[in-house]
Every structure is written in structure tokens, then in C-alpha cells.
Design a protein around this ligand. Sequence first.
Ligand code: SF4
Ligand code: SF4
Length: 463
Amino acid sequence: MSNLDPIIHIDEQLCTGCRRCAAVCPVDAITGEAGAPQSIDAHRCVVCGQCVQICSAYAAESAPSLATREEKLRQRGQLPSVREPLFAAYSTGHAKELKEALADPKRYKVVQCAPVIRVSLAEEFGLPFGTLTPGKMAAALRQLNFDRVYDTNFGADVTIMEEGSELISRVMSGERLPMFTSCCPAWVKHAETAAPQLLEHLSSCKSPMQMVGALVKTYSAELDGVDPVDIFSVAVMPCTCKKFEAGREEMNVDGLREVDLVITTRELAQLIKDKGIDFLNLPDEPFDSPLGKYSGAGTIFGATGGVMEAAIRTGYELVTHESIPNLQLDFIRGNEGIRTATVQIGDLELRVAMVAGLQYVSTILKQAAEGTCPYHFIEVMACPEGCVSGGGQPKLLLETQRKAAYQARKSSIYRHDSNQKVRKSHENPAIIKLYKDFLGEPLGHVSHHLLHTKFISRSTKEE
Ligand code: SF4
Ligand code: SF4
């Protein structure tokens, strides 16, 4: 997987030029005359996949000759068994490549799933929006031939340990504030393109997906007695930009890719159907240990405001050494747009902002560039309501379905959090053990080597 290959495409033969995609693109990357096929400016494009979600122009299965459909499926990296329509806007698929890898007995196949896959996968099998199926998902992944079924939520808990410590240290020193989150790769690509002078304001943390990838090829490889060279590390994501992120040059550990392949929620459903697995009747199975154990804080990363809420649950206790009085921070939860809040943490009045939808970030970027930004910590998610509305999620053809689906997925995420015994990242026993046995301490030497990174300017002005 290389990040030089374009991931988002518009099929000229199928595009009607309706420009619905241009209306949802947060960075004006789609150009063309109305009524004519559109093109994507790959430099501006942040690979969020919102155009893929909205496009409703398609070639019906019976319309073009079957040979053409087969050829299009092949070009798109999709399995020949895929039955859904071929839409004009699409993302490069990797289900076909994954199916081949899963059949290779020499590889040790490890998978991780993002927080929101468990609240959206079942929609592809006809269940209502937001149906929660973590146990069936783990069972299906084992039937697909994965040797280890891990969870990106574990990486979210590690992110809170690292990013929370980073925030506290920056607030104490007053340096490089405001601090922006760095777990949404579409936001990171936008910052690199549109605001390279602000890159030192991004947290240096890799995303939860990359953190799990790095730990799979080190910590877990060691525990399982497997040579990291033999590990094939796969991530199931709601996000098309995660394909781009996994291919970034710096996302490697000692010369090995942290995540070898990314598939979307829709591609996982295609693989399950391709193998003839009866998803709806699968018995619930657990995730594997230790990288499959997570807290409620890890699971809420999938909704807008979730990273902030998880960070405050831990940050409050690290700073005050007291239990946070209320775990459910409703003032941080919300919908598309910008929300702000002030949180009292001991003597500190922490000013935070949550940005859901990349088009809303420009005011804050301007303030940060001018040195007038009033916030300490800013969460940015490129998609309308965070990962629940990601470009790789089950496709919603009717506009009326969109809000209902996002709401149902978010409610399920919050319900999943409230049902967890452990709801704070720093209290997850698997995280405590990871630091005790392997990482040492947050922001320590091993963490810096494996879990932190640098971002690069992609501005054409400097080229
Ligand atoms: S890619 Fe789809 S949404 Fe965009 S103009 Fe073409 S048909 Fe319309
Ligand atoms: S993937 Fe996102 S940024 Fe790229 S063209 Fe589509 S909507 Fe615009």
C-alpha cells in the first residue's frame, strides 16, 4: 500500500456531473462543469470519502455488459462477488488483496477494528442503524482466518495516555499551545497542506490505528513468539483516509510497515458475504488479549468530542489525583460544527474546542496563526460527526437516512461505553501492564520511538 496511489476516484463513464459531491467536499477539491464528469484535485483532497458517500449515480448490475462490470470491479480492487451497484465516486478497494493474504499459511494475520465498526457493520446485513455487534464481528474475523483479533480501542487508550501527558506538559510549560489532536488523518493532511506553519501545534501522537500497528509488530509479536517479518497487520476502518495514513513513509517500525493493509467497514461486509458466513447467527466471541482489551474511553473515540471526553477523564485524575466527579461529560457531546467548553481541572481552567466537519476549522486556524486562539486543546474530526459518518461506512442513499444513522451509531457508542466496567484509559489493566512491562512511562524513550511521529509540509507555496 503506497500513499502515492490515489485512493478516491470519479469514474468518468458513470459521473452525471450533478456536483452533489462538490457540495459536500470540505476542501473544494472537486472541479468540473455541471452536467460534465468531475475531477479531483489530489493535492487538496483530504481523502475523507464524503464524495464517495454522497454519490448516487451508478451502473446497475444489469445495465452495462457483465464483462464491463467485472473489469470495473477489478480496477476498483473489489471482489468479483460484490453485488452492490458501482457508483461513479469510489475509493480504491483492498478486499481482493486481503482475501489472497488470508489464504497464505506462511503469514501471521492480525486484525484491529476501529471503535465504530461494531456499531455500523450490522447495517450491511439488514439490521437497524447503530446495532451493536462486537462479538459477532470478532467471530466473523476469526472465520475469515485471522490469527489474532485485536482492537483499535486499545490504541485509543494508549493515545489518551500519551496525548494526555503531552497536553499536561504543554499547558504547564505554556509551549506550543493550542494543541490539536492528530488522530484524524484527513485533518492532518489538511493541516499539512493548508497550515504547515502550525504543524508543531499538532500532538506528536500517531493515531490509535498506527499505535496498535506498531505494538502488533513489537510488544505482541514478542508475547506470541512470532517474527515481526511474518506478521501481516490489517485494520478495519470507517475511514478512506486511513488507507492513505497507513501508506505514509514515516508510519513504520524498524523498517516494517505498522499497518500493511486497511479495509473499510463496507469491504469487511463484502468479505464476510464472499465467504458465505452467516453473520446474523454467529455466536458472540471475545477479542484477543492483550491488544483487544479496552475501556469505555477508548470506544467513544468514534464520535465527535469522544477524544476530548476520554482525554479529560484521564487528564483530570492525573492532574488532581482525585476521581473525576462525573464520567459522562454531556457538554462535550454534540453534532456537526464547533463546540467550546471550559473545564475546571484543579486550579486550571482548561479551555477546549471540538470541531466536527473540516470546513469549520478555518476560523480556529486563523486565530492560531495570529496567536489569538483562546483554547488550550482542540479536537478536529474531518467528517460531519466524527468517525460514525466516515467515508468507508455503510452507504446511505437517502438524505433522510443520514441524520438517523449518525444518531443511532453515536447512541450505541455511548451505550457501549456506559456498559464497560472500566471507563478510563489509565484504569485499563492491559494498559497498566503495557506500561509496566514494555513502554515504561508515557512520553518515555520507547513511546517516542514507537508511538510518536512528525508531520510534513505539503504546501505548494514552499515547493
Ligand atoms: S461523482 Fe457522483 S456526485 Fe459527483 S458529480 Fe459525478 S455523479 Fe454527481
Ligand atoms: S475525498 Fe473528501 S476531500 Fe477528497 S474530493 Fe472527496 S469529499 Fe473532497
